[in-house]
Design a protein around this ligand. Structure first.
Ligand code: HSE
Length: 365
């Protein structure tokens, strides 16, 4: 049995990965070892074939004993430890949730429903570095899998509505803290008039005491149209990732343009995207619906009507679920090759943990 080491298994992505691996009984296929940066020697999680004690995540010697390492520890850890491990001569497989290595030539971006065959060919060829994609990219590609497979897409404009959890656990808790502060202020003036309350809340969220150590700005009662760092192109880094990562996953010869504005909103763990899709040719709506809905087991077509949309095409409905709904499909008045769509998915499942779980299983079995 292969030895698999897990780093960052206690964080949000790592915890979701652990839960999914237990649900799918994945631990029976490996000997598992859990690494820690802070609790060396403490008890490890009790899983099948698991080593009982935590090992040191900065200990190259212990890490090097692993056939496979799975890191959900974050980009700083990858930046420090991955080159150190490779330089020490370690030849194992590195599976990573962080973006650090994604665009490297010797790394494959893994997204099982979309590029499983290519992942298998890469495993067979001896590729050693497998990295999960950006969450919005992975969710977009699962939703539009059929259109890409049929070579129907000329370009996509994606306007995102990204959940607080995408910025990290502390940020998600800060959103709740902001909401609590709003709630307390409302409770102190429960019979205020609407406009009076609006003024009260606007002053509150712009005030010095509003909790915003992590976001730096109010997210509750607000939206933040910038995610990640600034690039010279005027894009945010999150916006830049859409095109480069999607085309790497799709292995396109001529890149398909994908661009838009990425926006943080007050959802907890589902990333949504409003799409304008430019098709290469005019295609009937019923054909497009068929192509999209049968592309993979995870995409789910939601009929373009108000009750179905508001019931099934929202973060409230999709949080914690593996399926990726897409709806609001309709031709646009812009022209007969323009398709409107709205899609979303759980950014911790197919957006982060699930592609890692699938590639690990694919390597082991
Ligand atoms: N970069 C994403 C976000 C995290 O900020 O929402 C998921 O990859």
């Amino acid at each position: 049995m292969k030895r698999v080491g897990f780093i960052g298994w206690r964080g949000m992505v790592g915890s979701v990965l652990m839960d999914r691996m237990i649900q799918e009984d994945d631990f029976k296929f490996m000997e598992s070892y859990f690494f820690t940066t802070s609790q060396l020697g403490s008890s490890a999680p009790n899983v099948k074939n698991g080593f009982p004690t935590l090992l040191g995540a900065m200990d190259i010697k212990e890490l090097s004993k692993m056939d496979i390492l799975v890191s959900c520890q974050g980009g700083d850890y990858t930046t420090e430890m991955f080159p150190a491990l490779r330089n020490s001569g370690w030849k194992g497989v590195w599976i990573d949730a962080a973006s650090t290595l994604r665009m490297k030539d010797d790394a494959i971006i893994v997204l099982d429903p979309v590029n499983r065959k290519f992942i298998q060919e890469s495993i067979d060829k001896g590729v050693k570095n497998f990295v999960g994609g950006n969450c919005t990219v992975s969710l977009l590609l699962i939703a539009l899998d059929g259109l890409f497979k049929e070579n129907l897409v000329e370009w996509v404009s994606s306007m995102t509505y990204q959940a607080a959890s995408g910025a990290g656990a502390k940020n998600m808790i800060e959103l709740l803290d902001q909401m609590k502060t709003v709630g307390q202020s409302f409770a102190a003036n429960p019979s205020g008039e609407a406009l009076e309350l609006e003024k009260q809340m606007t002053n509150l969220m712009n005030g010095e005491n509003f909790p915003k150590a992590h976001f730096g700005h109010p997210l509750a009662l607000n939206v933040l149209p910038w995610i990640d760092s600034e690039l010279p192109s005027g894009q945010s880094k999150e916006e830049w990732k859409a095109q480069v990562e999607a085309n790497k996953i799709l292995q396109t010869k001529t890149p398909i343009p994908i661009d838009g504005t990425c926006v943080r909103v007050g959802a907890l763990r589902c990333h949504s995207q409003g799409l304008t899709i430019k098709l290469k040719k005019s295609t009937s709506l019923s054909s497009l619906e068929e192509i999209i809905s049968v592309a993979n087991p995870w995409v789910r077509l939601i009929p373009n009507n108000k009750p179905a949309t508001l019931k099934d095409l929202t973060p409230a409905a999709v949080s914690g679920k593996l399926h990726v709904p897409i709806g609001r499909l309709r031709p646009m008045t812009l022209g007969d090759t323009y398709l409107n769509a709205f899609t979303l998915g759980d950014q911790l499942l197919w957006g982060a943990a699930e592609p890692l779980r699938c590639v690990l299983r694919q390597i082991l079995i």
